[in-house]
Structure formats: structure tokens, C-alpha cells
Design a protein around this ligand. Structure first.
Ligand code: NI
Length: 143
């Protein structure tokens, strides 16, 4: 069964009809619910822009992002290794913010810009370090 609905796109809003099978529409509604979008249009906007970002990753265009890591600063070896890796990729790193979360834990946010595969490689190397408690790379398109 197909479902018809209208979506709008911001700026100068254009409306158009979309036909979706029921299961896909259910999936869309789940996305709306999970990500707390106000409506289906907003969810579709998000999905389109996400797809655009992924295209840019594949095109090898520059993307910007952030690597967030949480670690125990008592593991001195870890900090040295992390710094060594960051120096290896200094061309990708825009800034590093270090926050002392509590007595043991540090939160580092590393702003990066470069090709998606390079950012992924850097993030993978950092996150794989022994003693990293949590690590994540977020990428978005620069343009
Ligand atoms: Ni610290």
C-alpha cells in the first residue's frame, strides 16, 4: 500500500508529493519519533542533508568534524601516544580542547578538517588506544 504526503523544503519552500510503501512510511515515522523531529518534512530534510554529506565523503571532498575522546589521565602512556598520533596528523587538526572532567577523567574534543577517510583513520587510531574509555568521530560537510 502506498501513502501520499506532502513535504516542504526550507528557504523558499517547495511542496511536492511523495509516495511511500507503508513499511517505509512507518520507518520514516520512527525516525521522526526517535530524533524528535516536529514533522515528516523535517525528517526528510535531515535525511537528504545527511545523504549529501555522505556523498561528499565518497567524493573525497573536504569535510569538517570533531573527534571526542574520554580517557583516564593517570595513564600517562596514553597521553603521550595520543599526542604522537595527533602530531602525525597535524595537518588535519584545527584545535584541541582538553577538559578535566573530574579527578580521573579527561574529555578531549579535537576539531578536524580534511578528507573523510583521513579523519576516519585519525579517529580510529586515537579511539583504538588502550585506556580510551569512549571515542567518537562526527563529520559534517564544510559546504
Ligand atoms: Ni585532563
Amino acid at each position: 500500500m502506498w501513502h501520499e504526503f506532502q513535504i516542504s523544503v526550507t528557504m523558499s519552500l517547495k511542496r511536492f508529493g511523495v509516495s511511500l510503501e507503508e513499511n517505509l512510511l512507518n520507518d520514516l515515522d520512527k525516525i521522526v519519533e526517535r530524533k524528535k523531529f516536529p514533522n515528516r518534512s523535517q525528517a526528510i530534510r535531515f535525511l537528504v542533508s545527511q545523504s549529501k554529506v555522505e556523498d561528499k565523503w565518497e567524493d573525497g571532498a573536504d569535510v569538517a568534524g570533531a573527534i571526542v575522546i574520554v580517557y583516564d589521565h593517570h595513564k600517562k602512556d596514553l597521553q603521550t601516544k595520543s599526542t604522537d598520533i595527533q602530531h602525525d596528523y597535524h595537518g588535519l587538526i584545527l584545535s584541541v580542547q582538553h577538559v578535566h572532567l573530574d579527578h580521573n577523567n579527561c574529555l578531549e574534543t579535537i576539531a578536524v578538517k580534511g578528507k573523510a577517510f583521513q579523519l576516519t583513520e585519525l579517529a580510529d587510531r586515537l579511539i583504538a588506544l588502550k585506556g580510551i574509555k569512549h571515542g567518537k568521530l562526527v563529520m559534517s560537510a564544510c559546504s
